[in-house]
Design a protein around this ligand. Structure first.
Ligand SMILES: *Cc1c(COP(=O)(O)O)cnc(C)c1O
Length: 482
């Protein structure tokens, strides 16, 4: 493909994408295919002779689209949203064209510098404490990670190194192995599974703290476990607090948990993967109060801030906590500015070496929406979730299972788990809308997450009518069966 064909095909592709977005509502939100559907549809090996672009684009509709779950359909209410917007897609195209690998400042100065400034912009939108910002002289700063899971792991590994260095400074005889055995990390029983994985990968114990009746981690429960562990000779070193849990969007009590972490010299990491985007609105910013106690904070603009995957924003108060933990400098990566103290080499802040020019997406989106446009987007989703909540509350057969704070509604039919499992199955089999469940304590619960950029009140009403109809069918069949 030469430049002139690229111009033509590129414009066709933009049209295809715009048609896809405009017509997405007409596509069935969840595909009909069975596992293994794709292999028989394509050759067993790559072609020896080149195919044409037409062949490929025709196959997209024939082979790919039938197996796509349409995450941006206004009938998609599963998981949490994943962001998508036109400015972000365009910026990603440019990122692909520049195609740099910005592991160090010298590897592509704009890639590093735009990221540092965008993370400051975003930090200011959230009114993060000054210590998290890089500014011109700050000790903190932000970095774009690929995912919240990566950010948690990076924070845990940095905290692990920090506590090992601290203990070895006072007791030089202590081996790393002897310390590692005793390290304990903590999170609430509502934390995302990626936190448990970070513990597994980091080779440390991870204990789960029972959450309270509102699914929040409180100081009393944390203290109880900490005291027991310290008495047993263990070394608490890391706490993950979640703001906006995946199951029900509950919030750990930062104002209680934060001071304990600070007193005990425990690294506090905040996982606000989903909820973080809402903190750009002054009315939701109080949910972030207590962030001043944290060592690291992370959320995913790729969930709810219109920046396409992948873009997970992580800030630390002391960037040397990261660079001190992971720094290696082989000669082939050295450059003449690196010891000037003025530049950032992001390879020391993350697990991989390579990194894409992801800050372009933030720059395009922040400029083309403006903070006001982004706030309006968040508010619209929150308003739609409250609209759904009030519909559920009007039907006495149903109950709301957790406080609705942002864009997630947890609900169920009053009755057995079996009944609710059957309801979810009949909804997802009909494929008019798509939902996923969660467990809250012993209850099987349906989650209704406002996801699509284009979802409107009419879609919410359609979804609710459909859910009620499925519920009526099920309840009728159940009484007949008795
Ligand atoms: C979605 C989510 C994650 C995982 O996010 P990734 O970026 O996919 O790793 C972690 N924590 C919470 C609370 C989440 O909602």
């Amino acid at each position: 493909m030469n430049a002139s064909e690229f111009r033509r095909r590129g414009k066709e592709m933009v049209d295809y994408v715009a048609d896809y977005m405009e017509g997405i509502e007409k596509r069935q939100v969840y595909p009909d295919v069975e596992p293994g559907y794709l292999r028989p549809l394509i050759p067993a090996s790559a072609p020896q002779e080149p195919d044409t672009f037409e062949d490929i684009i025709n196959d997209v509709e024939k082979i790919i689209m039938p197996g796509v779950t349409h995450w941006h359909s206004p009938y998609f209410y599963a998981y949490f949203p994943t962001a998508s917007s036109y400015p972000s897609i365009l910026a990603d195209m440019l990122s692909g064209a520049i195609g740099c690998v910005g592991f160090s400042w010298a590897a592509s100065p704009a890639c590093t510098e735009l990221e540092t400034v965008m993370m400051d912009w975003l930090g200011k939108m959230l009114k993060l404490p000054e210590e998290f910002l890089a500014g011109n002289v700050g000790e903190g700063g932000g970095v774009i990670q690929g995912s919240a899971s990566e950010a948690t792991l990076v924070a845990l590994l940095a905290a692990r190194t920090k506590v090992i260095h601290r203990l070895q400074a006072t007791s030089p005889g202590l081996t790393t192995g002897a310390i590692m055995e005793k390290l304990v990390a903590y999170s609430s029983d509502q934390a995302h599974s990626s936190v448990e994985r970070a513990g597994l990968i980091g080779g440390v114990k991870l204990k789960s703290i029972p959450s309270d009746s509102k699914f929040a981690m409180r100081s009393s429960a944390l203290k109880e476990v900490l005291e027991k562990d310290k008495a047993a000779g263990l070394i608490p070193f890391f706490v993950v607090a979640t703001l906006g849990t995946t199951s029900c969007c509950s919030f750990d009590n930062l104002l209680e948990v934060g001071p304990i972490c600070n007193q005990e010299n425990i690294w506090l990491h905040i996982d606000a993967a989903y909820a973080g985007s809402s903190f750009i609105c002054p009315e939701f910013r109080p949910l972030l109060n207590g962030v001043e106690f944290a060592d690291s904070f992370n959320f995913n603009p790729h969930k709810w801030l219109l920046v396409n995957f992948d873009c997970s924003a992580m800030w630390v108060k002391k960037r040397t906590d990261l660079t001190g933990a992971f720094k290696l400098d082989p000669l082939y990566l050295k450059h003449s500015h690196q010891d000037s103290g003025l530049i950032t080499d992001y390879r020391h802040w993350q697990l991989p070496l390579g990194r894409r020019f992801r800050s372009l997406k933030m720059w395009f989106v922040f400029r083309m929406y403006g903070v006001k446009g982004l706030q309006a987007y968040i508010r619209k989703h929150v308003q739609l979730s409250h609209e759904f909540e009030s519909l559920v509350r009007q039907d006495p057969r149903f109950e709301i299972c957790a406080a609705v704070t942002l864009g997630l509604v947890c609900f169920r039919l009053k009755g057995s788990n079996q009944l609710n499992e059957a309801l979810l199955e009949s909804i997802n089999n009909a494929k008019k809308i798509h939902l996923v469940p969660c467990h809250l304590r012993d209850n099987f619960v349906l989650r209704f997450a406002i996801c699509s950029r284009t979802v409107e009140s009419a879609h919410i009403h359609f979804a609710w009518d459909h859910i009620r109809e499925k519920a009526s069918e099920l309840l009728k069949a159940n009484t007949k069966g008795k």
